[in-house]
Design a protein around this ligand. Structure first.
Ligand SMILES: Cc1cc2nc3c(=O)[nH]c(=O)nc-3n(C[C@H](O)[C@H](O)[C@H](O)COP(=O)(O)OP(=O)(O)OC[C@H]3O[C@@H](n4cnc5c(N)ncnc54)[C@H](O)[C@@H]3O)c2cc1C
Length: 376
């Protein structure tokens, strides 16, 4: 149905924005903040199709991490040393920037460290490469001996070895996002939710964002930060969705361990939230069907997660699972994010893979550099 808008609506809302960002997840908000830091007074609008950013930013596990040993070694095997450490460096720098933008206490930020867990065979594949990894990490992030052998924390069963990283932390993604939103709004940015952008039309004067509500949204420049959903607007991009399931138990009396944990190249991850357990992953149990941009539940994956929970993590007996949900990450033919200009007016920052909390702030900075270069 064609909607008729009043003159008041046109004059108040059909503004010629300097920059419009599509996607109000951590990447969109971080980019908005970077733009306003560098250009106070810029008319910036962030739009999202949902009332809250429904993709990955409020649905993740809240690990503040930059890579576990086996994952980095696997990355080096696939993309080489330079690209792998560029990625680690971006994650580290992104986390440092993020920490300056949020009140860490209000975001429940805790540095309890992170562990990668192994069986004997897996450990033997990694342990000889540890000095090499630590050396490269000391160059990439200026921290010495990032990974070292440790005991498997008491209360966790079925693993023979652990490597500990004291620099890993954990936070509350919901509170983190609320703080980023408040910061962005205080700086003068605007957010419109409930606006599903269907297509992007470039004209000589600027860009028109076509949407179901037929509200004329015009901007001089547009940045797409829709991550896993980016191909709906820009089909040429090499990025697609991968669903990840998460479950959270009731509070468990006698839970002994805390921190962030990675297993099986990141396919399983878990942490404590106080004395609850958050467990996610097992996407590899049905990898084909989990390559989707649809939220939902996959019984095979949920069964694998529950088995893992009872085999390895709970102190005794069954516990109640109080929350379970899925989120969609953006992956592609390689792990480096896509940060580029599609045209002098249109920019994209997507494919944040499984560590977007770490990457988003730095992607926002890089997108801002690109957009400002085009002003000159
Ligand atoms: C289960 C799970 C666990 C994870 N755990 C961690 C972790 O512990 N640590 C970590 O660093 N990372 C983790 N990640 C990854 C991290 O959450 C993501 O990399 C990051 O949130 C991506 O942020 P984003 O802003 O780029 O995308 P998103 O958060 O997906 O935001 C994209 C936004 O674009 C909007 N949108 C899409 N299309 C349109 C359109 N056409 N019009 C308007 N709006 C649109 C969507 O509604 C959405 O709000 C996890 C992800 C998942 C799913």
């Amino acid at each position: 149905m064609q909607q008729d808008y009043s003159i008041w609506e046109y004059e108040a809302y059909s503004i010629d924005w300097d920059i419009c960002i599509i996607g109000s997840g951590i990447t969109g908000l971080s980019t908005g903040i970077s733009i306003l830091e560098r250009g106070p007074g810029t008319k910036v609008l962030v739009v999202d199709r949902w009332f809250i950013p429904l993709g990955a930013s409020t649905r993740n596990a809240g690990f503040s991490c930059f890579g576990s040993p086996s994952e980095i070694l696997a990355d080096i095997g696939k993309m080489g040393e330079d690209a792998s450490f560029t990625l680690v460096r971006k994650r580290w720098r992104g986390l440092q920037k993020l920490k300056t933008r949020i009140n860490q206490q209000h975001a429940c930020y805790e540095t309890n460290g992170g562990y990668e867990l192994f069986n004997k065979e897996g450990y033997e594949k990694v342990i000889d490469s540890l000095p090499y990894l630590n050396q490269l990490l000391s160059e990439a992030i200026s921290q010495e001996k990032v990974y070292h052998a440790s005991e498997v924390p008491s209360g966790i069963r079925g693993f023979s070895h652990a490597l500990f990283n004291p620099y890993e932390g954990q936070l509350h993604p919901g509170f983190m996002m609320e703080q980023l939103k408040e910061k962005y709004l205080k700086m003068g940015g605007k957010i419109w939710t409930g606006l599903d952008i269907e297509s992007i039309e470039e004209t000589d004067e600027g860009i028109l964002l076509c949407n179901k509500l037929s509200i004329p949204v015009k901007a001089k420049k547009v940045i797409v930060t829709t991550n896993a959903f980016a191909r709906q607007l820009l089909p040429q991009l090499n990025v697609h969705g991968a669903r990840n399931h998460v479950l959270v138990t009731e509070p468990i009396i006698g839970l002994q361990w805390k921190g962030c944990f990675h297993y099986d190249r990141g396919f399983y991850y878990f942490r404590n939230i106080g004395n609850r357990i958050l467990l996610g992953g097992a996407r590899n149990k049905d990898i084909e069907n989990e390559e989707t941009e649809q939220f939902g539940r996959n019984p095979l994956v949920l069964e694998a997660l529950e088995n893992f929970l009872y085999d390895h993590l709970t102190p005794t007996g069954r516990v109640k699972i109080e929350f379970q949900w899925s989120g969609i990450i953006g992956i592609g033919n390689q792990k480096l994010p896509i940060i580029k200009a599609i045209s002098p007016r249109l920019f994209v920052g997507v494919r944040l893979s499984g560590m977007g909390i770490a990457l988003a702030s730095i992607i926002g900075e890089e997108l801002t550099d690109l957009v400002l270069q085009q002003h000159e």
